[in-house]
Design a protein around this ligand. Structure first.
Ligand code: NAP
Length: 540
């Protein structure tokens, strides 16, 4: 990099925070463009989400041949996924393989949680400090801290008194938990609860599920990888990866729909929903019709289809009604994917507790007490989610020396340019950040696109003998307005979702992801770069 004037030499070209799929790829790419780079990771191992979320049933909801890195053809040809959808252990094995294959571990510091990141304008340097006091300086800082990496247990009074054991899905013990013969409570019925509940039910003496809001869930139809399917997929890998780039969510085979749910005859619409239900997976539904997430009546056709399925599966009509969501459009919260979820409520050892009607008031020594009853428990599994999208960034004291903390700058909601950078914070990048399609797309696809864009940007700076880039306030304002306008044209803001920050008491209600589609987003990012990084100030 150019080193004019009074700048000191940093220890590193780039410091990266987080050794999940994002941070590891960033390390690989930064090395590829000749930058010195190091990753700081809070965990004792690499893998991010797939390191921490070891709860029973943890599995990706995107097919494994898609949910994998695309950057190396030999890797994608050689790696063998055992199942249609990757389970947590399989995905973690894959990440470890990638780290070894590309010799990444030597530049990853484990057990190193970053507490502070401060930019010194005079020196044009970022200095990061771990909770243990180790510091590192770098020209550029890349946050690969993840979107669902700050686990949250609700503030129930009395948890410290509970005599049994309790767990959060996102901090699950590596050695696993044996629930055999125990009275277990699961709190939360989002994607995570829906995955763990069927498996815990098989072990527990009795399982109480504490549900506040019912969620829509579709069958995964997971199965061992079919060798013929794998062969054909791999023969077509390059084309598929290209195709994914111009789709709504970055998954090949699921192009932008062109037809309205309201113009096809009802019988045909039902036939399609039934076909998608039998195929398994969520993306087929999400991309079934062009008004699925735009028009209430169109959405309702799919919502009612799924409610009917729930009523057909769950034998007790009162339980089925409680499980059938009626308070948000289908897909406006993350659509869940399950294996035997609704069927689990037909078991004699499973009870659904409606904590919307009778909320949890406290955890007692013996269990969970709602406004109606006390439920004696030996163990509680919290599947209560995360301080999503901004939680991990807000936990780090990120600031320009003498200036306000990023957490304060974002107190009314995150403000980014392209989801990649933040005005007022030079040489600072976020991978899959708020304002990008990250969480509304195949995450690894988003990770690669963001990281490649950042790498190209740093190469450009070097070629121009520049060493400082910062988003313009106006460009960020326009981007945030665009992100909101796109969201406002959809049904997304109608749900109390973590996309909206609605799951965290006191968090501003702002729709955070960009839902304009990965194709449109990519084109915008490419145009910005082609126009000499429009909306950024580049300098020495
Ligand atoms: P989540 O979607 O935020 O769900 C949290 C659950 O806890 C909700 O049911 C919520 O109820 C409940 N809850 C929170 N506070 C509560 C309280 N005080 N009392 C009662 N219930 C309470 O979290 P998650 O299930 O961990 O999933 C987060 C995201 O991770 C997913 O949306 C998905 O993007 C990702 N994920 C993906 C997969 C996959 O790929 N298959 C699996 C797991 C997670 P309310 O809805 O009423 O707030």
């Amino acid at each position: 990099m150019g080193q004019p004037g009074s700048e000191r030499n940093p220890e590193l070209g780039v410091v990266i925070v987080g050794a999940g799929l994002g941070g590891l790829y960033a390390l690989h790419r930064m090395r590829g463009i000749g930058m010195t780079a190091r990753v700081y990771e809070a965990g004792s191992g690499i893998g991010g989400t797939w390191f921490w979320n070891r709860y029973p049933g943890a599995r990706c909801d995107i097919e494994s041949l898609e949910y994998s890195y695309a950057f190396d053809d030999d890797l994608q040809q050689e790696w063998k996924w055992p199942e249609r959808y990757g389970a947590q252990p399989a995905i973690l094995r894959y990440i470890e393989h990638v780290a070894d294959r590309f010799d990444l571990r030597r530049d990853v510091r484990l057990n190193a949680r970053i507490a502070e990141a401060v930019y010194d304008g005079a020196a044009n340097l970022w200095t990061l400090r771990t909770t243990e006091g180790e510091t590192v300086t770098a020209r550029y800082c890349i946050m690969a801290t993840g979107n669902l990496s700050t686990p949250r247990v609700p503030d129930f009074p009395g948890l410290e008194r509970f005599r049994g054991r309790w767990y959060h899905s996102g901090l699950w013990p590596a050695e696993g938990v044996d629930f055999t013969g125990l009275r277990v409570g699961v709190v939360g019925t989002g994607s995570t609860g829906i995955q763990m509940i069927p498996l815990i039910a098989q072990q527990a003496q009795h399982l109480h599920v504490f549900q506040r809001t019912a969620n829509f869930s579709l069958p995964a139809r997971n199965r061992p990888m079919d060798p013929e399917f794998e062969r054909a997929f791999k023969a077509d890998y390059r084309r598929r990866r290209e195709e994914a780039k111009d789709t709504p969510v970055g998954v090949s085979g699921f192009l932008a729909p062109t037809e309205s749910a309201l113009t096809v005859p009802e019988a045909e619409r039902r036939r399609r929903y039934e076909e998608l239900w039998q195929q398994g997976g969520t993306i087929g539904f999400l991309t079934s019709f062009n008004d699925f997430l735009v028009d209430e009546a169109a959405n309702e056709t799919a919502a009612e289809f799924v409610r009917e399925k729930i009523r057909a599966i769950v034998r007790d009509p009162a339980v089925a009604e409680l499980l059938a969501p009626k308070d948000h459009p289908i897909g406006s919260k993350r659509l869940c994917l399950d294996t035997g979820y609704y069927e689990t409520y037909n078991r004699d050892n499973v009870t659904l507790v409606d904590v919307r009607r009778a909320p949890i008031v406290e955890i007692t020594e013996a269990g969970i007490r709602t406004t109606e009853a006390e439920y004696p428990l030996d163990a509680i599994a919290f599947a209560t989610g995360f301080d999503a999208m901004t939680g991990a960034l807000r936990e780090i004291d990120v600031r320009v020396a003498g200036g306000p903390a990023l957490a304060d700058v974002w107190k009314d909601g995150p403000r980014t340019y392209l989801g990649l950078s933040v005005p007022g914070f030079p040489n600072f990048f976020v991978i899959t950040g708020p304002g990008s399609p990250g969480v509304k797309s195949q995450m690894i696809h988003a990770i690669e696109q963001h990281t490649d864009w950042i790498a190209d940007c740093l190469v450009h700076l070097r070629a121009q003998q520049l060493s400082r880039i910062e988003a313009r306030e106006q460009a960020s304002e326009a981007w945030v307005a665009h992100v909101n306008a796109v969201a406002d044209g959809t049904l997304y803001p109608r749900a109390d979702s973590w996309y909206m920050g609605a799951n965290i008491p006191g968090k501003p209600r702002v729709f955070m992801p960009y839902v304009g589609g990965v194709g449109r987003y990519r084109r915008t990012c490419d145009e910005v770069a082609a126009e000499g990084y429009r909306g950024f100030v580049l300098s020495r």
